[in-house]
Design a protein around this ligand. Structure first.
Ligand SMILES: Nc1ncnc2c1ncn2[C@@H]1O[C@H](COP(=O)(O)OP(=O)(O)OP(=O)(O)O)[C@@H](O)[C@H]1O
Ligand SMILES: [Mg+2]
Length: 249
């Protein structure tokens, strides 16, 4: 579906068959008929987060048609995405990122769940369809078959279940989805909330930490310090790092 009216400029064609447009202070995330349920789920999460005090966008409008699909219109989040910050900002931005995840993870009464078993089911489906994107894998992982990577995840999951710490997670806590005030380096908003829900806190910590390492070549220590974790569990960092790339496709 296209957003209503003229003057929209194309921003991004996303991983999950959605297209994002901008017009002034409004973003439109649009999908075809097969994507409506997923986009409606994102709309509900944007609405929920807006009532919590954690910064994010507001839902401006929702348009749906049975033949064309849907469009989610949201308010533009101020600031710049994490991926666009200069290196001189990294240290303070890591702290801002740690603080906002600590606050998000402290929220209660979230109606959305993302149980580990369901995420592993998604990964199993992506692997079965041979749809794993090799660009998301490390050189080391690319030496193995996706089914072998999935076997590793399944083998490690009893450990993760045994220490599970369910909190409200963003679910795709990568730098382009976190906006910062370029002066204060506090977080101005979280976007792309399709996977927000209750899951183990390391869902977010693993993705955030690997992004800081890969994109910023940064030691994530200030991030973990601001989050309030002195000794991160490396087994869970590894686990969620490997699980995530198997869930897209
Ligand atoms: N409300 C918003 N405020 C500011 N920027 C936004 C907003 N919504 C979307 N964007 C911009 O559009 C880009 C794509 O949006 P979003 O991440 O929601 O889409 P996506 O389809 O999930 O994309 P991807 O798969 O690349 O993550 C974002 O990275 C961001 O730059
Ligand atoms: Mg995104």
């Amino acid at each position: 579906m296209l957003p209503p009216g003229d003057d929209w400029s194309l921003v991004d064609v996303g991983e999950s068959d959605t297209t994002v447009y901008r017009r002034g202070e409004v973003f439109a995330k649009c999908c075809g008929p097969s994507g409506v349920a997923e986009l409606a789920a994102e709309r509900d999460r944007v609405e929920w987060l807006a009532g919590t005090g954690i910064p994010g966008a507001r839902v401006v409008d929702w348009l749906e048609s049975s033949s064309d699909g849907a469009c989610l219109l949201t308010s533009a989040v101020a600031g710049v995405p994490g991926g666009a910050l200069p290196p001189s900002s990294y240290e303070r931005a890591m702290r801002g990122f740690g603080v906002v995840l600590r606050e998000l993870h402290a929220l209660t009464d979230c109606p959305f769940e993302r149980p580990l078993a369901s995420v592993i089911d998604v990964a199993a489906d992506v692997v079965r369809r041979d749809a794993v994107n090799p660009d998301f894998l490390t050189d080391e992982w690319r030496l193995l078959k996706p089914s072998e990577l999935l076997d590793q995840v399944v083998a490690e999951s009893p450990y993760v279940e045994s220490v599970l710490e369910p909190v409200v997670c963003h679910g795709d806590a990568c730098l382009p989805n976190v906006f910062f005030d370029p002066q204060t380096l506090e977080v101005t908003g979280l976007i792309d909330l399709g996977r927000l829900g209750i899951s183990d806190r390391y869902t977010d910590l693993a993705l955030a930490a690997i992004q800081l390492h890969d994109e910023w070549s940064a030691d994530p220590a200030p991030f973990f310090e601001a989050y309030g974790l002195s000794e991160p569990d490396s087994r869970r960092l590894e686990f969620f790092r490997l699980l995530d790339p198997l869930t897209w496709g």
